[in-house]
Design a binder for this molecule. Structure first.
Ligand code: NAP
Length: 485
């Protein structure tokens, strides 16, 4: 008997970049019954949450765009967060995704019962779905540094991803803890506005000079008149970023050496004072931590009202930050640009697979997934930008688009009636994880630095192969790795 095709109901969790994409692509493939649950009251994910001064994407905007929604109107090579947020809102609206979203509904539980997912939200709503796509983000849950005395600070303090726009900054004394991408962008944006700016650096960063020119009206008119020129630009950017992505997985690669030389040159040429230059010079290989792209960080940190504090923080006091040399750095505002808890993924959702198996238990040590997308015994559940995926300095949109197309092929097995449930085998998942960990030894992330890429064992929790290989693997699922019921 020929298999019976089925109408499927899909739930997407999260209406950020990947959730919007998933909803659009599900409907394009003919799955009309789609609901998106979004805990906030707007789409945009990371671009809705991160509103700190200076926020921009360090992936060029013409690459950080959906392939099906190129945007001739980007204002800059690296457009700012507000413009990116507006882009996602517009795409969601133009594709009717906003009609599918239940805002203010946080999924709190998802359990696989009798062949389908049963879902609960924070408002007590109950729903069910044949398939669930989790687009819950990677860098989502802020990590607030555990520094003694933090609560005693009498000025304003907040995390970079929870910017308090009520707090005045102009003409005040502002301190920022951290030197990641967020802190560096904040530094450039704030230094001219504040009376005094202190950047508390625990670890120096390699910074690559990345100019950010504005697109002229002529450029934008051409992008409008000749849409193929936008496609060509995106393709060219994709090729150059793929080259970068390919180089970081080989610590010895000549491309990485060229990047290191460019960072070194940036430091030598743009930091005049030899003492400051040495304090800004990292002691590890460029690319080991996520590379910082900035047009003007060195310029900003050399302004007369800026201070780079490299003495370790001893504690926070009511008036400011006390460093181990005994100095009290008096502040009105303290920003914690201290990064994110990067191992959360679906959690804190209570996810229950077959036979009552809890994802919290399965991931008790650390999160793993087959090809970062799916988990044994959690059928018909697919993650976008899930554990150990490609998260180097390149477009996560491109990653998510490849993943969605891969996932749709798995979903098609269910829709066509070839199976009712699909999940990766434990053997395939274990083999993939073992190969991944072995391959990670060759990457630049393992060359001796601390970074959010590293898991509790010091193994990079990322895709350790080339981006080209990722494209190949995502082209078509190897059904031999899956269990179909
Ligand atoms: P991050 O890269 O994890 O940086 C956190 C910073 O806080 C580090 O400098 C860290 O120092 C410091 N820190 C943490 N705890 C500390 C403590 N107790 N005392 C002193 N310093 C402490 O976080 P992020 O800057 O928010 O960036 C996270 C990621 O978000 C980036 O790597 C990137 O993937 C993404 N992002 C992207 C963009 C973009 O333009 N596309 C912009 C912002 C963020 P150590 O280095 O010593 O650990």
């Amino acid at each position: 008997m020929a298999p019976m095709s089925r109408d499927l109901r899909a739930v997407v969790i999260g209406a950020g970049m990947a959730g919007i994409l998933a909803a659009i692509r599900l409907r394009e493939t003919g799955i009309d019954d789609v609901t998106v649950y979004e805990k906030a009251n707007r789409v945009g994910g990371t671009w809705r949450e991160n509103t700190y001064p200076g926020i921009a994407c360090d992936v060029p905007s013409h690459l950080y765009s959906y392939s099906f929604a190129l945007n001739p109107d980007w204002s800059h090579t690296f457009s700012d967060g507000e413009e990116i947020q507006a882009y996602f809102e517009r795409v969601a609206q133009e594709h009717g995704v906003d009609q599918l979203i239940c805002f203010g509904e946080e999924v709190t539980r998802a359990a696989f019962v009798d062949g389908r997912w049963e879902l609960e939200t924070s408002r007590g709503r109950q729903d069910h779905a044949d398939i669930v796509i989790a687009a819950t983000g990677v860098l989502h849950h802020p990590r607030v540094a555990d520094i003694p005395g933090l609560d005693s600070f009498t000025g304003a303090t907040f995390h970079s991803a929870r910017w308090n726009h009520e707090v005045p900054l102009d003409g005040r004394r502002v301190g920022v803890i951290g030197t990641g991408s967020s802190a560096i962008q904040i530094t450039s944006a704030l230094v001219d506005r504040v009376e005094r700016f202190c950047l508390f650096q625990r670890t120096a960063q390699w910074v690559i000079q990345a100019p950010n020119p504005e697109y002229s009206e002529d450029d934008r008119r051409r992008f409008h008149d000749e849409p193929e020129s936008v496609t060509a630009l995106r393709d060219a950017l994709s090729a150059s970023f793929s080259m970068f992505a390919n180089s970081v997985v080989d610590a010895q690669s000549p491309e990485l050496a060229a990047i290191a030389a460019a960072c070194e040159q940036n430091l030598e040429e743009h930091v005049k004072d030899p003492g400051l230059r040495e304090r800004l010079r990292p002691t590890y290989q460029a690319g080991c931590k996520r590379l910082i792209m900035s047009p003007d960080f060195y310029e900003a940190i050399q302004k007369p009202n800026a201070a780079l504090v490299t003495e370790a923080i001893e504690r926070i006091e009511p008036e400011g930050v006390r460093t181990v040399d005994g100095t009290l750095h008096e502040l009105d505002v303290l920003v914690l640009a201290t990064g994110f808890q990067v191992d959360r993924f679906l959690r804190p959702i209570d996810v229950i697979g077959r036979e009552g198996m809890s994802l919290d238990d399965v991931w008790a040590k650390r999160p793993t997934a087959y090809l970062s997308i799916s988990i044994p015994e959690f059928p018909n559940l697919f993650m976008l930008n899930g554990p150990n995926g490609p998260v180097g300095n390149f477009s996560l949109i491109e990653v998510a688009e490849l993943q969605v197309d891969y996932v749709l092929q798995l979903i098609d097995r269910i829709r066509s009636g070839a199976c009712r449930e699909i999940s990766p085998s434990q053997e395939a998942t274990d083999a993939h994880e073992a190969e991944r960990v072995e391959q990670a030894q060759n990457t630049v992330w393992m060359t001796g630095c601390r970074s959010w890429y590293l898991d509790d064992r010091g193994v990079p929790a990322v895709w350790p192969w080339t981006f080209d290989h990722f494209r190949e693997v995502m082209a078509e699922p190897d059904l031999g790795a899956y269990v179909e019921v």
